[in-house]
Design a protein. Sequence first.
Length: 252
Amino acid sequence: MHLSFSLIIAALLLISPASHAQSANDLMGSGDAFDRKFQADKALQHYLPAEKLEPQNVPLLLRIARQYRHLMTDASSSAEKLRLGGMALGYGKRAAALAPNDSEAQLSPAITYGKMLPLQGSKEQVDASPRIKAGADKAIKLDPRNDVAWHVLGRWHQALANVGGVKRALGGLLYGKLPTTTNEAAVACFDKAIAINPNRLRHYIELGRTYAQMGKNAEARLFIQKGMSMPNMEHDDPELKQRGREALAKLP
């Protein structure tokens, strides 16, 4: 009887890790089904328990970060958006630390920093700016065909290209020097993103918005309308189309 009991214990020890891994995989699969429907709350109901089982699962951490960014988009108040952004950032940083050679893991914090940027004060914006570029640059180095990384880098150039001299000087005086760049650098990044993945409407809309900043109204209208004519495929697409509508309304 003692031998039989020992064999049972040994068998349980052998199957326990596999069953935990399978359980986490099952939870991830269930969460993925809700992720595809853009139901972030329900996806997290599966992803978060899976994280308890596998806290160092990088793809899972990236999924969780993405859900918090989705919730951030849907939140109504700036304070709630920043809270959710902080949650996303925490999971993205964990993934980046665990997977220094994974392009998506290195990009995740940069995406979140970028989404939080418009809601933050000047000091936080100046602090986040090099972090965004560093994350995008590293993601591109690890995977030159990561179109989202090229998009994030394009947004970085786009945002800084038209910072006025007074704001740039004041920011440098109070918080640290802002990098100098050009709209042309942003255009090159968005062109690259489109060449890699022509099916993401965000690339076209942001390329068009960059041309609007350059005063190239015909090109701006062409690319923004191209993006807005495409079907919504990702959670943030409606928000991006609204940005496109607002840019079109300002064109002469």
